[in-house]
Design a protein around this ligand. Structure first.
Ligand code: COA
Length: 151
């Protein structure tokens, strides 16, 4: 079993997270977007899964606004999938939401309709499908809008 910790993103991780984005997504966020999430976006919270070697195995970017949170990005390096890393990142997010002064009541997300693996993961972790957002993505793919209550 892979050993790793979950901790907030540090400045030194930004390049590695951009590399992970490039490996995991068709339309990856560029380096300056990750840097903005780190420094410029007051609502964004970013957590990374880090191996003892310092390697970034996965990351989660979410945003809290008033009583709700939304997942912007989650990915795990293909070499380390199916070991529960994404589930632990999601657990961390729920923990952070529950620790807010102003109660966060639910967490939403959009996921590509074809991304069965992610949809299954979210359902396992307590999210439910709410509605289809037709042609949500630039390439015309539908999004499934999902929600999880954390009260
Ligand atoms: C979707 C994604 C984040 C999942 O990451 P992951 O770390 O593999 O997810 P987890 O390991 O927590 O869970 C995935 C599966 O592994 C299983 N799993 C968890 N721990 C396990 C273990 N110790 N041994 C074997 N399987 C395990 C989970 O039960 C789940 O299986 P299921 O689909 O049958 O329920 C990853 O595939 C990814 O980065 N994809 C590309 C980016 C992407 O699509 N992001 C989502 C955009 S909305």
């Amino acid at each position: 079993m892979m050993e790793y910790i979950i901790r907030p993103l540090k400045k030194k991780d930004i390049q590695a997270v951009a590399d992970l984005e490039a490996a995991c997504f068709v339309k990856p966020w560029p380096l300056n977007q990750i840097a903005y999430e780190f420094k410029g976006n007051p609502c964004a919270k970013v957590f990374v899964a880090v191996a003892p070697s310092g390697e970034i195995l996965g990351y989660l970017d979410f945003m809290i606004t008033f009583n709700s949170a939304t997942i912007d990005r989650i990915c795990v390096s293909s070499d380390y999938r199916e070991q529960g890393i994404a589930s632990r990142l999601l657990d961390k997010m729920v923990e952070v939401c529950k620790a807010q002064k102003e109660a966060v009541e639910f967490i939403t997300l959009e996921v590509r309709a074809s991304n069965e693996k992610a949809i299954k993961l979210y359902q396992k972790c307590g999210w439910q499908k709410v509605v289809v957002k037709p042609k949500y993505y630039d390439d015309g793919e539908d999004a499934i809008y999902m929600i999880r209550s954390i009260l």
